[in-house]
Ligand binder design. Structure first.
Ligand code: 6R9
Length: 643
């Protein structure tokens, strides 16, 4: 195995061989110190000063971690997130640097320098304050990917209000549930949005949601559709209001490090959405530090994260992380395939994007459409690629590495959750070798184990549950409620199944419950999926277990073919052969279904729960978390057709 630094980083390496980051990347990387994990471990928890140092504090903290009553990170310190993401970059002479670039669905573009952002955030903060918003109040937003969204988040942060961003694709009911649950009396929304060139009404959904909650809701509305519609008495126009306050400034309100910065709901992969609150100090330190150390961002870099701001990934790595570091963040309103399937690559080219961060589902869609779309664009500005949200199989990883990164960009496969605030498991791109399919070791300062049902660490290569065994600054407030304990004696169960290899690399196997017992053997469905996706002509696959009449497990593989995949019968055969070769005959799916798509959450995660119900012939319940509920009926008739 070649463990040395290669000059180009080309991935001619055979499966399983670690790939070193290219020397050209290492030479300019933010973090190149190979002993960081050890030095953090030796100085834990004081090591986390390193993250706090990325921020400007209004008053210094007394202690890095106060564990006397829950986990209070940077206790005694105060700071303001808006000051850290905006003002200090203006003060440092970077006022004319681009903070935020935006591309709209109709091809419009807007650039906000740090100075522009400063003016917008101050004006809105002044307006919100005039309307009665006070520190600690919850302000809800309900809008698509518009620059007004990060502006609103930062304006809230400036006056100490807590934002609750609700994804624009959610229904009126979902918005009402969140408004009521947070007792939020303020809503910033917009009239509508464009999807594939068609205008959709958002205001009607906002109206209905507000009718459904006990409190009265003060509403600002952004005019996106420009259609001269009258909004009625319940709404105040955002643009006109801002014009009134433009030029006013509002002193950033110092917040305790442990004061909540925002509330966000989990996406429903595991069941009912749950409210998670993140802190001002610990969270911001964690996302700034990981944006620096993992995404390798700094002032002068342009970052494109394809996640919607409505998800935690958008909060942490579209808004707070890049802006805390003074980088440029790119927002786009469209989908990645409208007007054409090269839309995202055009954005990368036009904005000379340095770092690109996307979910495997997005990358698999590109793989399905074909390499000609990225090949049509000059992507040479890219320096680093990242993925998040689901396990990325080796085939997709290699496609991404070659066709987007030109074989020259390291890939960081970053594991984390809404509850963790920021990235916790990943390679450091300037330090660690990449092992396609494995996320990497826990980051410096993070302690994790893969354990059996009794809580004992499993042997290398064996699957178990991923647990985090020490708190970290970006942990959600609600995770730290166990009190007075020795912080090295604490654990958080992530709910993910994983293996860890002898080198400490964590390989994620999906949510727990995706591990099956087939013919007396334990089988991670992800392993089977990885073998299937490696087959030529396969774009995506999900494998679930159903029970037959004898209560034995029957494996169902739902396989989405690529364009031009050829004969269906031959593709099924190739799928079966590939699983037999990669894992063994016992793992070969009993049923291979070719499907046009898979049921996915709005953030693109495959919902295997529904696939399991369909395979078992059960009624599919609770499709509220689905982006494409119509696929359920299609899959049911495909399954009916074979059984
Ligand atoms: C950031 C985010 C969290 C769940 C998590 C895990 C899965 C995230 C992953 C990954 C494998 C990765 N997940 N990153 N699985 N490899 N690099 O996605 O938050 O929406 O809360 O989902 O996503 O199952 O537990 P969230």
């Amino acid at each position: 195995m070649n463990e040395g630094t290669s000059s180009t980083g080309r991935s001619s390496a055979a499966s399983g061989t670690p790939i070193q980051p290219p020397a050209s990347f290492v030479a300019g990387a933010n973090v190149t110190d190979g002993s960081l994990r050890e030095s953090f471990a030796e100085r834990w928890p004081e090591c986390w000063e390193r993250a706090a140092d990325f921020l400007d504090w209004s008053s210094p903290y007394d202690t890095v971690l106060d564990a006397t009553d829950g986990y209070d990170w940077f206790a005694g310190g105060t700071l303001n997130a808006s000051y850290n993401c905006v003002d200090r970059h203006v003060e440092a002479g970077r006022k004319s640097h681009a903070a935020l670039k935006w591309e709209g669905r109709l091809g419009e573009t807007r650039t906000y320098t740090y100075h522009d952002l400063y003016r917008e955030v101050n004006a809105l903060a002044a307006a919100l304050r005039e309307r009665g918003v006070e520190a600690g109040d919850v302000v809800t937003t309900y809008m698509p990917m518009l620059p007004e969204l990060p502006v609103t988040m930062l304006a809230c942060a400036r006056i100490g209000a807590v934002h609750s961003v609700v994804f624009a694709g959610y229904s009126a009911d979902a918005l009402a549930m969140r408004l009521a649950d947070t007792e939020s009396a303020y809503l910033v929304t917009c009239d509508g949005y464009y999807r594939r060139g068609t205008a959709y009404d958002l205001k009607r959904k906002a109206d209905n949601a507000c009718l459904d909650v006990p409190q009265s809701v003060d509403r600002l509305i952004v005019d996106r559709l420009d259609d001269d519609r009258s909004y009625g008495d319940n709404y105040v126009g955002y643009a006109a209001l801002l014009d009134e306050y433009r030029g006013e400034t509002v002193e950033p309100v110092p917040r305790a490090a442990s004061d909540p910065l925002f509330v966000i709901y989990t996406s429903g992969t595991t069941g009912r959405p749950k409210a998670v609150r993140h802190t001002t100090g610990g969270y911001l330190a964690q996302v700034a530090w990981t944006s620096h150390a993992v995404l390798d961002l700094g002032p002068g870099d342009t970052h494109l994260c394809s996640a919607d701001v409505g998800w935690i990934t958008g909060h942490s790595y579209v808004v707070y992380g890049p802006l805390a570091l003074g980088a440029t963040t790119v927002l786009y309103e469209g989908t990645s395939d409208y007007p054409e399937r090269d839309h995202l690559w055009g954005i990368v080219e036009r904005n000379a994007v340095d770092v690109f961060y996307a979910a495997p589902t997005v990358i698999r869609a590109f793989m399905k459409w074909g390499a000609e779309y990225p090949a049509d664009h000059d992507l040479s500005s890219l320096r680093l690629l990242g993925t998040v949200g689901e396990p990325i199989d080796e085939t997709t990883w290699r496609w991404y590495h070659e066709n987007v990164g030109g074989g020259e960009c390291p890939i960081v496969d970053t594991w984390w959750q809404t509850e963790t605030g920021g990235i916790l498991v990943s390679t450091l791109p300037g330090v660690d070798a990449m092992r396609p399919g494995a996320a990497g070791p826990p980051l410096p300062g993070i302690a994790a184990d893969v354990v059996d049902p009794h809580g004992s660490p499993v042997e290398p290569g064996e699957s178990g549950s991923l647990v985090l065994t020490r708190p970290w600054p970006g942990m959600a407030l609600d995770l730290g409620e166990s009190t007075g304990e020795d912080p090295t004696d604490w654990r958080y169960e992530t709910g993910d199944a994983a293996t860890v290899d002898a080198g400490g690399y964590v390989r994620l196997l999906g949510r727990e419950g995706n591990t099956l017992n087939v013919a007396g053997r334990r089988l991670g469905t992800r392993e089977v999926e990885a073998a299937i996706v490696a087959v030529d002509g396969v774009a995506e696959a999900a494998v679930v277990g159903a029970e037959d009449t004898r209560r034995d497990t029957v494996l169902y593989a739902y396989v989405t073919p690529q364009r031009d995949a050829g004969s269906e019968a031959r593709l099924r055969e190739r799928v079966r052969d590939a699983v037999a070769d990669a894992i063994g005959g016992f793992a070969v799916p009993d049923v291979v279904l070719l499907t046009p798509d898979l049921p996915k959450t709005r953030s693109g995660k495959v919902l295997r729960r529904h696939l399991r119900q369909i395979a078992n012939g059960e009624a599919v319940s609770d499709t509220g978390a689905l982006r494409n509920p119509e696929i359920v009926g299609e899959l049911e008739s495909i399954v009916d057709g074979v059984s």
